[in-house]
Ligand binder design. Structure first.
Ligand SMILES: Cc1cc2nc3c(=O)[nH]c(=O)nc-3n(C[C@H](O)[C@H](O)[C@H](O)COP(=O)(O)OP(=O)(O)OC[C@H]3O[C@@H](n4cnc5c(N)ncnc54)[C@H](O)[C@@H]3O)c2cc1C
Length: 266
């Protein structure tokens, strides 16, 4: 299974290539020192994402045990490091993945300055209609009195929903037609793109360490974060961190529960 894709409600998606993250993947088992390490049914194991934290912590003692000592002690150490904010050991774990999302969400993502990113360029790609993708919005929420980004009241008027959908499709299509016409008239691609709306989908490749990924989750899973980024943050938490750093995921979930935040996107 080299590549996995998780799609959100609006067409945004997270693409995770297992080959690019092979260093997280190796599931190791507690056995006698020196034994070969591989998964064994019925024996306690540790994902390599979590083991790397232990290995980094135990460099300080020049330990020669590959980071692992025994299951309970190791799990307690990860908790201790997390709770005492020994952040550098979490920075030794890196994740790499690609996100396809609306341009206006990519703008929010870019504010996380510690992430490494590369983004697609409209200048260097094909300019055919079938290759340009726009967000598929959900018009579920009304603006709130406090102007919170999450919104809290559903739009329940079918006529309004229909008007919004028709208006949106018309404006994205019109934007596309003007963009294409400008290029056909000889306008440079980087100038022509001003006709395109911010709901155009863009592709970004990211590399982030676990410490800054956790920081992102606490900002972007928060109930006041915009839904379209919140849903992606929950995919990162529940599909990636849960898989490769299950001990850290448990600790994150404990904090979410204390804050009364949902553990799944809601
Ligand atoms: C709901 C919400 C609304 C927001 N609205 C706005 C908005 O209207 N306008 C806007 O501009 N932003 C907005 N932001 C972005 C927000 O202000 C942060 O910039 C963004 O969330 C990134 O957070 P960060 O700095 O912790 O992450 P990162 O940039 O990934 O940084 C992680 C940590 O690294 C350290 N760090 C990184 N770079 C430096 C540096 N150069 N010097 C010192 N320390 C550094 C800091 O300790 C920082 O906490 C919003 C964010 C949220 C969640």
């Amino acid at each position: 299974m080299p590549e996995q894709v998780w799609t959100a409600f609006n067409g945004s998606r997270v693409i995770f290539d297992n080959m690019d993250n092979a260093h997280l993947d190796h599931y190791q088992v507690y056995r006698f020192p020196g034994d070969p390490i591989f998964p064994v049914e019925g024996k306690p194991g540790i994902w390599n994402g979590d083991r790397l934290i232990l290995k980094a912590a135990r460099v300080s003692t020049r330990a020669s045990n590959n980071g692992m000592t025994n299951f309970d002690r190791d799990k307690k150490l990860v908790r201790y490091l997390y709770e005492k904010k020994h952040t550098s050991v979490f920075e030794q774990v890196t994740y790499q993945f690609t996100v396809v999302m609306p341009l206006y969400i990519a703008e929010q993502w870019k504010r996380h300055r510690t992430w490494h990113m590369n983004q697609e360029s409209l200048r260097y790609r094909e300019q055919e209609e079938e290759t340009i993708e726009f967000e598929i919005p959900e018009w579920h929420y009304q603006n709130t009195e406090g102007n919170k980004q999450g919104g809290d009241k559903l739009i329940d008027n079918p006529e309004l929903l229909e008007t919004l959908t028709v208006g949106y499709e018309g404006s994205t299509h019109a934007g596309w037609l003007r963009y294409r016409a400008a290029i056909d008239l000889g306008v440079a691609k980087e100038d022509a793109r001003r006709f395109l709306p911010v709901s155009i989908m863009t592709t970004c490749m990211f590399t982030v360490d676990l410490h800054n990924l956790i920081g992102f989750l606490f900002k972007r899973c928060a109930p006041d974060a915009q839904r379209e980024i919140r849903v992606l943050a929950y995919i990162l938490k529940n599909k990636l961190v849960a898989q490769y750093n299950p001990w850290v995921h448990e600790l994150i979930n404990e904090e979410f529960t204390k804050r009364q935040w949902p553990l799944e996107y809601a």
